[in-house]
Write a protein that binds this ligand. Structure first.
Ligand SMILES: [Cu+2]
Length: 119
């Protein structure tokens, strides 16, 4: 009789622990960071890219470093993919690693934000 209640108690603890694990996974799970090389030039480019990325579902942080033009993106891999992140940068008018800037979006950029605009 006593063994039975210990067994029940143990399985209850087990269930609670398992539930908490999936709960934690839902909140923190899938959080990853990726660094993407962009063709940003100035501060305007920086905010254009960052806000385009923050509009994506699953992206929780985007910081572009103008010194190396690399953007560091924190995202939830269960909600958004790296390919989608690169596409968003391309649609904003900038190169993202191997993905070239969307031609129309690039044409619509202010002259100073185009490649060589500050040369
Ligand atoms: Cu710019």
């Amino acid at each position: 009789m006593k063994n039975k209640s210990i067994l029940i108690l143990l399985s209850m603890i087990f269930i609670v622990v398992m539930k908490n694990q999936s709960f934690a996974k839902n909140i923190f799970g899938g959080k990853e960071t990726v660094v993407i090389q962009t063709s940003a030039i100035c501060g305007e480019c920086k905010s254009r890219i960052e806000s385009a990325l923050l509009e994506l579902k699953g992206v929780s942080n985007a910081k572009l470093n103008l010194k190396d033009k690399k953007v560091t993106v924190t995202y939830d891999s269960t909600k958004v993919s790296v390919a989608e992140i690169k596409t968003a940068i391309s649609k904003a008018g900038y190169d993202a690693d191997d993905v070239k800037a969307d031609a129309t979006a690039y044409q619509n950029l202010p002259a100073c934000c185009k490649k060589g605009g500050h040369d």
